[in-house]
Design a binder for this molecule. Structure first.
Ligand SMILES: [Zn+2]
Length: 325
């Protein structure tokens, strides 16, 4: 089982899985696409591997079943289409946990994308609390989320935290090439936009809103460099009626402005989606105005999230960007 980067996590997992020190409740945090599930699976494989060597051997029955996605003791909870977990499903999971493992010594429950369960997060944690406090000795529960903010203090105090570690662009390129599904030019385009975030690179290559959002952000950037208000407005209206796409375009734009700010301060941004644009904006705006625009765009992402009218938001944002150029 290959886990790119995450050297610190591998070291920690190896220490934790040394016999007798297995963690029973783990929270894995990291941005979407950063490999939280892969890290969870690596941890589960390390815990359940018959070699007990602190890492998955890759050849024992347990490792092979995990790799093939059919290990009966690795159980992933399923949320509904809106990302919310149903209380009954979580209660069933807790009930199931008292039953001994089918294969080895441990059962691992994965509850992914917990922060998406906004409507039921608190109630689900209350159901899980007892389980997290005193899990049956053969049980491990792993939750994943973007940040730990959604978790109750009583849960936080009983869990071990692991954060996904950033991968490089080269690693993302290698991973995508190994898949054998995509052309090299497309891979380079995806990686230059999404950096070392494997999930985002894959999403970019599979179509959807990312490529269009990226084009929109680049067009806004070009309009800013020309100080052309109409071009900025036209670019933002490329996402007319597609809120998720507009939001993603603003996320890209905020990354470019953050990059511009860092370049002005003499730092090389680690993972900027459009380095040449950031560099030109940096020469034009300097660090203070780049930062001001970065904050502005971030604020507008918040407005979109609070359901402001999209056309009005676009008009108002264009005006506010223009006066700062
Ligand atoms: Zn193994």
């Amino acid at each position: 089982m290959k886990l790119y980067s995450n050297e610190e996590n591998k070291r920690l997992i190896s220490l934790l899985t040394a016999k007798g020190r297995e963690p029973h409740s783990v929270i894995i945090t990291g941005e979407r696409g950063s490999g939280r599930r892969t890290l969870a699976k690596y941890l589960a494989a390390s815990l359940m591997c018959e070699s007990h060597s602190g890492k998955p051997c890759g050849v024992c029955k347990s490792c092979r079943m995990l790799e093939d996605g059919n290990h009966p003791d690795f159980i992933t909870a399923k949320a509904n289409e809106n990302g919310n977990y149903k209380l009954d499903d979580i209660r069933a999971l807790v009930t199931d946990s008292v039953i001994k493992p089918n294969e080895g010594e441990l059962k691992v429950y994965l509850i992914p994308d917990f922060d998406r369960s906004v409507n039921t997060a608190a109630a689900v944690q209350n159901v899980l609390l007892k389980f997290i406090e005193e899990p049956p000795p053969h049980c491990v529960v792993i939750l994943t989320a973007v940040t730990k903010e959604i978790f109750l203090p009583t849960v936080i105090s009983r869990c071990i935290f692991l954060g996904t570690e950033r991968c490089t662009k080269q690693q993302a390129e290698q991973w995508l090439t190994e898949k054998g599904t995509f052309g090299q030019d497309d891979i380079i385009r995806a990686v230059s936009c999404c950096g070392g975030n494997f999930g985002r690179c894959l999403e970019f290559l599979e179509g959807g809103e990312l490529p269009a959002a990226f084009e929109c952000a680049k067009a806004v950037c070009a309009g800013m460099l020309r100080r052309d208000e109409y071009q900025i407005l036209k670019a933002l209206f490329m996402c007319d009626g597609k809120k998720a796409q507009l939001r993603q375009a603003l996320v890209f734009l905020s990354e470019i402005l953050r990059g511009a700010c860092l370049i002005s301060l003499g730092t090389v941004p680690e993972d900027c989606c459009f380095e040449s644009g950031a560099s030109q904006l940096s020469s034009m705006l300097g660090s203070e105005r780049s930062e001001e625009l970065y904050r502005l765009v971030t604020e507008y992402i918040g407005r979109l999230d609070s359901n402001c009218n999209q056309a009005l938001t676009v008009n108002s944002l264009t005006g506010e960007i223009f006066v700062r150029l």
